[in-house]
Design a protein around this ligand. Structure first.
Ligand code: NAD
Length: 363
């Protein structure tokens, strides 16, 4: 753990000067002893470069302290851009030496899905707390191994579920879970985008991605239903379609599902790599609410009974990482622990089983 840019002594001097001869208030004293957590990003691809590193320039409780990459040219360019000392830059082979580095408190895994388990476990064994990107792993069994390894190492594990810190989403959780408009009776939601990228990318390889649109995008829609109702689904029935089978040779393109919840709400969802979806519609006994866009980070929007929610958007990633840094400082479980990732992966596994069996499958 490294102190904030403002050194403790400097802060106390400045605060004391600002406060004249008056004693520091308890709040100022708390701030003065506050420390920012050092985060190392593992995998310097699109999400790390486009969202997480910029967000770490806005965070208050943590900062970008280290890098882990297999590409020496990225190590150099990122190191310069973000002023990261050479001693805090690792590759996938020497990564375990991070155990000896007191600058790094948290390791954030932003790699292809097939690498999440290995790097989560290695990070925990190196004594670091872990944030792992979604989907948590290739399947629920891997999630369980990751949770067990972090518990054994006495390290906190969190999943990169940024929406749990996003105000429109928090409002939907409140409306649904607190039954503000009565009990939610129906949810329909979907998430997807039209994949036009590299046909050789890891996202299209089953061994690296675990699956296609469902793993990458559908996970949000599954979670949308879960957090709107505040219930866990019992069973699922799914169907799929492929309009570009040559492109999506190994992974799913579009999947439709129905979830059975204990409270009896009707819940339909869909995921796609071939449709631009991103909505959540909920119908309750005494009204409706919705989000559209519901799952991205370019700004969410919502309505309650067809009237705008009028909620401001925030930097979701900064809020998510700041919260985890606080959890680490307070030794407190994150609101999105590994168990939350596991719950979604159990549904994903059941959806794939249902595609194979053509029947309802228990979650
Ligand atoms: P990306 O392809 O842009 O980056 C992946 C990184 O992993 C690259 O730096 C690549 O060099 C590295 N890598 C290491 N070994 C590799 C291998 N064998 N094959 C391919 N790449 C390898 O991917 P991304 O979009 O940054 O996604 C990374 C993770 O972040 C995924 O789990 C993804 O689901 C997640 N993600 C989350 C969000 C979100 O909103 N929470 C958004 C985008 C991505």
């Amino acid at each position: 753990m490294k102190s904030n840019n403002i050194t403790r002594r400097g802060f106390i001097q400045k605060s004391a000067l600002g406060a004249g001869a008056v004693m520091l208030s308890p709040v100022l004293t708390a701030l003065a002893v506050d420390k920012r957590m050092g985060i190392a990003l593992v995998g310097l691809g699109g999400y790390a470069g486009g969202q997480l590193a910029p967000a770490l320039q806005q965070t208050k409780n943590c900062y970008l302290a280290g890098l882990v990459t297999g590409t020496p040219s990225k190590a150099e360019a990122w190191g310069k851009k973000y002023n990261i000392p050479q001693k805090n830059i690792y590759n996938y082979q020497n990564f375990d030496e991070i155990a000896k580095n007191p600058d790094i408190d948290i390791v954030y895994i932003v790699l292809p899905v097939s690498m999440h388990k290995e790097f989560t476990i290695r990070a925990a064994q190196a004594g670091k707390h872990v944030i792992c990107e979604k989907p948590m792993a290739l399947n629920a069994a891997e999630c369980r191994e990751m949770i067990a390894a972090c518990k054994k190492a006495n390290r906190l594990l969190s999943i990169g579920y940024r929406l749990h810190f996003e105000p429109h989403t928090l409002e939907v959780m409140r409306l649904g879970q607190k039954k503000v408009l009565g009990k939610v009776t129906e949810i329909d939601n979907g998430n997807g985008f039209t994949y036009r990228g590299d046909p050789n990318a890891w996202r299209l390889k089953k061994a690296l991605a675990g699956g296609g649109g469902l793993m990458d995008m559908g996970i949000y829609a599954i979670q949308g239903a879960r957090y709107t109702l505040g219930e866990e689904p019992i069973a699922v029935k799914a169907t799929q379609e492929k309009t570009r089978p040559d492109f999506f040779k190994e992974v799913d393109e579009t999947i439709y599902w129905e979830l059975k919840f204990p409270g009896g709400a009707k819940s339909t969802g869909k995921s796609s790599y071939n449709n631009d979806w991103g909505y959540l519609h909920a119908k309750a006994e005494h009204g409706t609410f919705e989000l559209e866009p519901a799952y991205g980070y370019g700004g969410l929007d919502g309505k309650v009974n067809d009237k705008p929610m009028n909620i401001l958007n925030i930097n979701q990633q900064a809020a998510q990482m700041d919260d985890f840094a606080t959890c680490v400082r307070l030794k407190k479980q994150s609101r999105v622990p590994g168990e939350e990732g596991l719950k979604d992966m159990k549904v994903v596994d059941a959806i794939y089983r249902s595609l194979d069996s053509g029947k309802w499958e228990n979650v």
